[in-house]
Design a protein around this ligand. Sequence first.
Ligand code: GAR
Length: 205
Amino acid sequence: MNSKKAIAVMASGRGSNLKVILESVAAGACPVDVRLVISDKADAEALQIARAAGVAHVVWMNPKDYQDRAQFDAACADLIDHHGCQWIVLAGYMRILSSFFVRRFPQRIINIHPSILPSFAGARAVEDALSYGVKVSGCTVHLVDEVLDGGSILAQAIVPVLDHDTRESLHVRIQKEEHQLYPKTLTRMVEQGFKIDGRSVIWLS
Ligand code: GAR
């Protein structure tokens, strides 16, 4: 029997963060079992990546099959529990989670966001950082609570913002950091553990 911590990954798009997590797991560097991948988009590349990697349960959940967000989230939550997943890793999951879902999994949902939070929360983080004119940006791995992109911060990495950057060029630079930071942070969560003091994450040794 597999005793590694089972996780569910939720992704809506390209799935590059899912891919690096799966690669890190396959290389023996990240001691988790990616047991379930859920996407809300039928054509998400993340679904193909998960299938190609042999993830046991790869599921497209169609929001149109549910009356509202709460029902959709309840179905996702039931699936996650059914497969015994302890953590939920959001990797480019672009639907806002209902409070119900977040409360069902306290301190068990993590997200990666393409800015240095608390600056530039929301779906347009890279564009917003560029139009603000910041000189550094980066990415944040954080716990998910009921405030959008507002949970306690687990890890951050910074990148320079260069003159003439476009949304695409800056996002590429940020994603390079994401691809290091996300598997590394997951590994740290399993191997080291953490406690919460106020808003701060304190890593245990
Ligand atoms: C990542 O850059 C991630 O930070 C961002 O979506 C991208 C997904 O890329 N997430 C958000 O903006 C969440 N608010 P991927 O599908 O290639 O992993």
